[in-house]
Write a protein that binds this ligand. Structure first.
Ligand SMILES: *[C@@H]1O[C@H](CO)[C@@H](O)[C@H](O)[C@H]1NC(C)=O
Ligand SMILES: *[C@@H]1O[C@H](CO)[C@@H](O)[C@H](O)[C@H]1NC(C)=O
Ligand SMILES: *[C@@H]1O[C@H](CO)[C@@H](O)[C@H](O)[C@H]1NC(C)=O
Ligand SMILES: *[C@@H]1O[C@H](CO)[C@@H](O)[C@H](O)[C@H]1NC(C)=O
Ligand SMILES: CC(=O)N[C@H]1CO[C@H](CO)[C@@H](O)[C@@H]1O
Length: 238
């Protein structure tokens, strides 16, 4: 661990994304933000609700090897950083996924997502809003459902949302990046949001084939998450 951390300044200083001055990252209103869905499609459609939270997810997509010799999704785990203040600065906002995946994919395996976030030198004062992870589907009792959990940060157990997928399009940046998604809130599973989008994905796809019986794998990825509606927006925005 110590060894890995002492390497951090080296690879961070080598990064190509030298910024003149770091921008304040967290704590701004995104009420006027428009979800960055791809043009020319009708699969991902935003509800008429304000963006309450805009986060950069840094984490892993998990996969299990099916008997057919291909990987299938087995959930994900990500830390969610408030990037609300970057929205008004396209030169940073449009490149934040590239910047983060560059650092994250080069980081030694012992570097955690939290450590990585603390080293995002292009932004100032990043706040971790919470985590994205998977739970057993609360409706059917089998399979996995995506959850976003800000309950610690917002000190309210209702500051969570479980999503049911409503739309899925291939990433415009290519097949190496996980799909862009829309999800709607599963009723009765929290008040954090009414709708969730995953956009601007980088990496996270599994290898094309696997040997049945091999262990589950975790593949690093980053994405932007947009949470619309819900009951908590004013509690963190300014
Ligand atoms: C969104 O809702 C507002 C207020 O309810 C309404 O004035 C506006 O026309 C709606 N916009 C769309 C695109 O539906
Ligand atoms: C691998 O993922 C599958 C699907 O989510 C899960 O049932 C299984 O417990 C996981 N195996 C391990 C060793 O974590
Ligand atoms: C995904 O893998 C990570 C380890 O890489 C693990 O901590 C996490 O619990 C896993 N999540 C699921 C849903 O399997
Ligand atoms: C949690 O948030 C909800 C929605 O804003 C609110 O109604 C409730 O009173 C809050 N609970 C606590 C303990 O603050
Ligand atoms: C350094 C870098 O990747 N810059 C890119 C940031 O995003 C714009 C588009 O918004 C690209 O044109 C730049 O090349």
């Amino acid at each position: 661990m110590m060894f890995a951390l002492t390497l951090l300044p080296v690879f961070f200083s080598l990064t190509a994304y030298a910024a003149p001055a770091a921008l304040e990252c967290s704590g701004c209103s995104t009420a006027g933000a428009v979800v960055d869905v791809p043009a020319g499609q009708t699969t991902l459609v935003a509800m008429n609700k304000s963006v309450s939270f805009l986060a950069l997810g840094v984490g892993v997509q998990n996969y299990t090897c099916a008997s057919t010799g291909t990987y299938t999704s087995a959930g994900a785990l990500a830390e969610l950083v408030d990037i609300s203040c970057l929205y008004k600065f396209p030169s940073v906002f449009n490149n934040i996924s590239d910047y983060a995946i560059d650092l994250w994919s080069k980081a030694p395996a012992s570097v955690t997502t939290a450590e990585l976030i603390s080293k995002l030198s292009k932004v100032k004062n990043p706040i971790v809003l919470g985590q994205h992870y998977f739970i057993t589907n609360p409706v059917t009792g089998t399979g996995l459902s995506a959850k976003w959990d800000f309950s610690s940060h917002l000190k309210n157990s209702s500051a969570v949302v479980v999503g049911a997928k409503t739309g899925d399009v291939p990433s415009p940046t290519g097949s190496k990046d996980v799909d862009w998604l829309s999800l709607k809130a599963v009723p009765g599973q929290g008040l954090l949001a009414d709708q969730i989008f995953r956009t601007d994905t980088r990496l996270g796809q599994p290898p094309a084939s696997c040997t049945p019986g091999s262990p589950n794998i975790s593949v690093k990825y980053v994405a932007k998450y947009w949470l619309l509606g819900g009951a908590f927006a004013r509690k963190i925005t300014t």
